[in-house]
Design a protein around this ligand. Sequence first.
Ligand SMILES: [Zn+2]
Length: 148
Amino acid sequence: MSCKMCEKQKNIKDDPYFIMELETGYVILGWFQRFKGYTVFNCKEHGPELHNLEHSFKIKHLEEMSIVAEAISNIFKPDKMNYELLGNGCPHIHWHLYPRVKGDTPIVSSVYQLSNEELFDESTRPNEEQREELKEKIKNEIVRLLLK
Ligand SMILES: [Zn+2]
């Protein structure tokens, strides 16, 4: 069965939102920054479930996902990080890492209570300069954490 994300990952480094490659995945800046710092971590393996991954790869993937989230947390200082591994639309393992702050949604719950218009609001898409600045910050912090 073909998977859009497996296909896309062949040229992922050409994606303008691509931040960096880790051992088990690719760090991608979220297209929309309604939640400032929103970042996606795509697994190099399809999955679709965590338990389908080879054990040591899975442990490494979870560790790297945690480092990406930590980097975002250090930069954006949210009240709470959200780690979302859903895959209902695309089953390929990919994490939505959302920095959350008090009052950022009407109800204290998942970001998906917002309408698509709000989640994918073009006015929250960073311009090229902002995008490059965000990518650089996130990359530098991940590298710093990996060297610790
Ligand atoms: Zn896939």
